[in-house]
Design a binder for this molecule. Structure first.
Ligand SMILES: Nc1ncnc2c1ncn2[C@@H]1O[C@H](COP(=O)(O)OP(=O)(O)OP(=O)(O)O)[C@@H](O)[C@H]1O
Length: 254
């Protein structure tokens, strides 16, 4: 995915995204980081075409994102949703089957065999007949991932996917995303935990106030001054034995 001078503003708002130019390398995990209100979620919505850029272009595989039909786009780009009570009464299997609809008609009956692999991959096989309302936040999160994977997309978009996960499942999810990227999927996510972002990503986008402050590998962006300016807070990078560099926020002194 590639952006060329993308601009976007919500109607009636003074702020927005300005002149974003950069790439999301294929087959890599890219994480968008930046302070609150930087425009991270807005950027993800532009990448999934939930929002349309006012200017500039977004291309996927050398084709403008705008040129894909809705069905074609659903076969290319999948969004791992956040919790939605709309699905509470549905079973896990029924929700994951919705991910197959871009390959069938809207009222098609998707065979069970078609979703077996996605349930397996997300450790949901035993929960297939359970209703979503009976699942924990972490289990539900795996359902959204399974539904997105069922779309067999080229690009997977995730907005703060670790929100409902304990530290163990955060690790499980991040390992899974890395594996998916190794299989060729382009993974693009927003994370708030910068250390997690630096640890799990191949590539980073650092946003602030709607602008791309820096983009590059974690090694390139691991600079205390750059991060301190972007997050408007004193930051130091310390070396943790056996773990390597760790980004810490320095408490303000009077
Ligand atoms: N639907 C909307 N209508 C108008 N303005 C919006 C809308 N959604 C977001 N904004 C504004 O756009 C800017 C960017 O918001 P966005 O949610 O993309 O930031 P973010 O970096 O994801 O923030 P956070 O870290 O707090 O989730 C903010 O100033 C926000 O108030």
């Amino acid at each position: 995915m590639e952006l060329q001078q993308v601009r976007f503003r919500y109607p009636g708002q003074a702020t927005g995204l300005a002149e974003l130019t950069g790439t999301f390398p294929p087959g890599k995990v890219t994480t968008i980081i930046g302070p609150n209100g930087a425009g991270k979620s807005t950027l993800l919505k532009l990448l999934s075409r939930q929002l349309q850029a006012d200017q500039g272009s977004i291309t996927l595989g050398n084709k403008a994102l705008t040129s894909y039909s809705a069905k074609q786009l659903a076969q290319q780009v999948a969004v791992v949703s956040q919790r939605h009570e709309l699905y509470d009464d549905m079973t896990v299997a029924a929700v994951v089957k919705m991910g197959r609809l871009p390959y069938h008609g809207l009222f098609a009956t998707v065979p069970d065999e078609e979703i077996a692999a996605y349930l397996e991959q997300t450790q949901l096989t035993d929960l297939a007949d359970e209703h979503l309302q009976n699942l924990s936040g972490g289990q539900q999160q795996r359902v959204w991932l399974a539904m997105a994977l069922a779309q067999e997309p080229r690009v997977l978009l995730l907005d703060e996917p670790t929100t409902y996960l304990d530290v163990h499942y955060q690790q499980v999810l991040m390992t899974q995303l890395r594996r998916l990227a190794q299989q060729g999927l382009t993974v693009i996510q927003v994370l708030h935990d910068i250390n997690q972002a630096f640890a799990v990503s191949d590539w980073l986008w650092l946003l602030r106030a709607g602008k791309l402050v820096a983009t590059g590998t974690p090694a390139q962006l691991r600079q205390a001054k750059l991060l301190a300016q972007a997050f408007a807070t004193p930051i130091e990078i310390v070396e943790v034995p056996r773990l390597g560099p760790y980004i810490v926020q320095v408490p303000a002194t009077d």
